[in-house]
Design a protein around this ligand. Sequence first.
Ligand code: FNR
Length: 369
Amino acid sequence: MSTEIVNVDEYEALAQRRMPKMAFDFFSSGSEDQVTLRENRAAFTRIRLRPRILVDVSNIDVTTSVLGFKIAMPIMVAPTALHKMAHPDGELATVRAVSAANTIMILSASATCSMEEIAATGPGLRLFQLYVYKDRNITRTLVRRAEQAGFKAIVLTVDTPRLGRREADIKNRFKIPSHLSYKNMEGLMNVNKEIDKMNKTSGSEAAAWVDNHFDRSLNWKDVKWLQSITKLPVLVKGILTAEDAVLALQAGVAGIMVSNHGARQLDHVPATISVLEEIVKAVAGRVPVFLDGGVRRGTDVFKALALGASGVFIGRPIPYALSVDGEAGVTKVLQMLRDEFELTMALMGVCSVKEIRRQHVQTEQDSVK
Ligand code: FNR
């Protein structure tokens, strides 16, 4: 049998063989009973495609625009923490692959490379994912550094006042390998000393870190505050209801990411693809709506766009591919998704991204109407 990797999912099993158990469990886990983790994938499979035939599909254009930037495809890279735990080159390998693919990467606030190191790899479209820390000066400094390093937007993660219960990490007493650190925090807090202190008291170091540093009082006023300290567009990541989408609009955000944090926060929330449409309707075209969570196929990308997303982001496949093949692995993931998406468009009778319509999909709600 050929060992050629033919789809994105295959990287997961290979990554499991490659990585120490503690690292693989960290990347793969959801929270508690992982109901939402399974649902993020299952919900995509319940949506049917409605292809149109006998359309000339000899030229397919998968390019699109996001936040005013033309990119090669509506497939982008979500912020995932600690890439050096997957591969020694870490986020540097990821960003090189993403920039070469001419798409967007969101750098995690909990990255193992700093934003300045990312910027030094050369030009590219990068957004910075932000958590708000109890010490607001840290947040201010991070935002200023993101501006200086040429990041194009701030993506505020709004679903993590506390860390979800990831039981594998608790069992494993998850700990960042001692040669790695949250690089963006260096100089802002004494990371190693903090971590030494935490290890004495806690199951998962990541949970203890969040408990110690994240501002649980974060609320809509802070979204305004964040906008007041930067000229960069501010997007919110972690919206799951129409109600919150309306509040986000009122707060003046530049974009909404429908996300359940890869099912790592509150278990039993719906799959993101199941709530996308209600949010798109509430937003009514005023700002772009993006989606992440369980996107593994070109058909998933197509379904999300048909339900109104301006683009999708992928999480876990990136660290998995990184662990197997470094930069080349990330390149391959992006290429496979792009190729599958292009093929889906051709078989759906669609030649450009803007032609993708609601009528191209049938959801369970449609069938009961
Ligand atoms: C994440 N995610 C995440 N989100 C965020 O805002 N900041 C972060 O630092 C991280 N870190 C992180 C680590 C790991 C290992 C995972 C799996 C996820 C959530 C991430 O941005 C995204 O929402 C999900 O990963 C998307 O779901 P899929 O593609 O992994 O199913």
